[in-house]
Design a protein around this ligand. Sequence first.
Ligand code: ADP
Ligand code: UDP
Length: 241
Amino acid sequence: MAEELLYEGKAKKVFTTDDENTLLHRYKDDATAFNAQKRGSWKDKGKTNATMSAAIFAYLETHGVPTHFVEQVDETSIMTRKLDMLPVEIVVRNVAAGSLSRLLGFEEGRKLKAPIVELCYKDDELGDPLLNWYHFRELGVSDEDLEFCEELGLKVNEVLAPFFDERGIVLVDFKIEAGRDAEGNLMLADEISPDTCRFWDKETGEKLDKDRFRNDMGGVEEAYAEMLRRVTEITQRGAVD
Ligand code: ADP
Ligand code: UDP
């Protein structure tokens, strides 16, 4: 199973396995925000993020989205294909919040006319800046890869916005990543969880994501547990195709 620690990130440990094309991602209970200036940890965060990512990757696969997901191994660990990651964070938004509100002066909660896709450069030292295609070309990222990223972001949104809506949740925005396997196939990678998405209750507007930690709102452990319940309970009942 897990062999050597390949990489320890802010929220996960990534291990090699006895198969050179497969990795084990162990999700930690640790959290960081504001480019790691703020740190915290809460019970069952790793379990929620691993289990929710596994369920959502499996759901996306059934809707034609290629992902790195292989299987969930235990409560906090999933096996994935090993990818060469693109240095891109793909952000998709349906409702204004966070850095988009600051960028355009939009009030938080303003519904966007159409989904907005942003491509950010995955570089902690630079604070993951929002770049355009000219910048990415200069950094050696090809137009084909950028096009894949934008299309992937829109497709994931098209599948997941209704998925969450059925569970009483507005998918406000999210961040995904992509990479290339040994055969050259590009696919969705990393995680999809309350760490990487904004989830608002459709009826009450309550925030059920990492913003509770970022903004010291309290109830973060309960919010993550509620998101896990909404995703897994309905999936287990087989109410979705
Ligand atoms: P960060 O690097 O942002 O602190 P994490 O703690 O989540 O992030 O660490 C996970 C790391 O693994 C990230 O750098 C992510 O890009 C990378 N990663 C995610 N999926 C794969 C994959 N399938 N193959 C290789 N690397 C991956
Ligand atoms: N996001 C993420 N990792 C990052 C930056 C953003 O997962 O390094 C997610 C974040 O949780 C939100 C979306 O991407 O769901 C858009 O984030 P935004 O740019 O508004 O970030 P903020 O500046 O508010 O942290």
